[in-house]
Design a protein. Sequence first.
Length: 293
Amino acid sequence: MQLFVRDLTVIDFSYLCPIRGMVGESWIVDVLLDGGLDDQNMVLDFSKVKRTIKDTIDDVADHRLLIPTACAEVRWQQQGDRVWMDFNSLKGSIHLACPSQAFALIPTEIIDFDSVNAFLQKALKEVLPDNVDGIALTLRNEIHDAPFYHYSHGLKKHNGNCQRIAHGHRSPINIFENGIPAPKLDEQWAKRWQDIYLGTDEDVVAVSEMSLSAQSVATDDTHYGFSYIAPQGEFQLAMPKKRCEIIPHDTTVELLADFIASTLAAQTPQSEFKVIAYEGIGKGAIAVKGQQG
C-alpha cells in the first residue's frame, strides 16, 4: 500500500558549491510511503506524516547551510558545539565559525537533489514506525514565470532559525512602474542578486578581528566579515566582497522589498514603483515607493 503527500513542506537553505560559491535555495518536498496497514488500517495517519516527516526534514535541513563534506574544497573542524568551516570556490573562499546547528553535513561531493534526498531519507528512517517499509522523496524547484535570484542572509534579531547567518532562498520578483509590469527591472534585480550574500551593515566587522580557523585566507582587502550574537550563539562569516551586497538595515523580506522600491524611486523619482518580493515559495512582501506623474 502507498500513501502520498504533495507539497509536504518547503526547505529554505543555502549550500556550498565549488563553482557558484554560496547559493540560496528553496525546494518543495513531496513524499511517498510504502508499507502495511496499522491497527487503524492506515500506512500512517496524515497528521503524523505532517508532524513526524515534516518536522524531521525541517529540523535537519531547513534554514541551515548544507556542506558537501566529501568535496575536496571543504575543510571543517568541530569543538564541542562550535564548527569552523573553510571552503574554496571559483567565486572565492568562504569561512565560517558558528554553532553546529547552523550546518547540515552531507556526505557527498556536491549538493544536489540526489545527495540531499539520501541524507533526508536516512534521517526519516530513524523516526518512522515499523510498518512503513519504504519512503521516497521528490525534491523540486518551483517553476517561475518571473525572473528569480538566489540569496543568502542571516537575521540576528529573529528568535527562530532565521538567525542562522548563512541560510537562503530562491525567490522570484515582480516590479511594476506606474502600474505597468517592468520585466527589464525584474531581470536587472535577478542578475544583481544572483548567488549573493545580503549582509546587514551593522553586522559588518573587520575580518582581522574575527575568530576564524587557522586555515582561513580571508583578509580585510578581499572579504567582508559579518559577526553577531543571537539566541543560538555567536555566528561569524567571511564572504568574498564581490559576492556581497551590504544593506543598510535588516534583510527581512519586508525591508528588502522596501530597499528595492526605494532604490528604484531614487533613480527615477517621477515614477511610482511597486515591488513584489518573495522569500522562497508562496510568501513575501509588497512595497510601493515614489510618485506618479
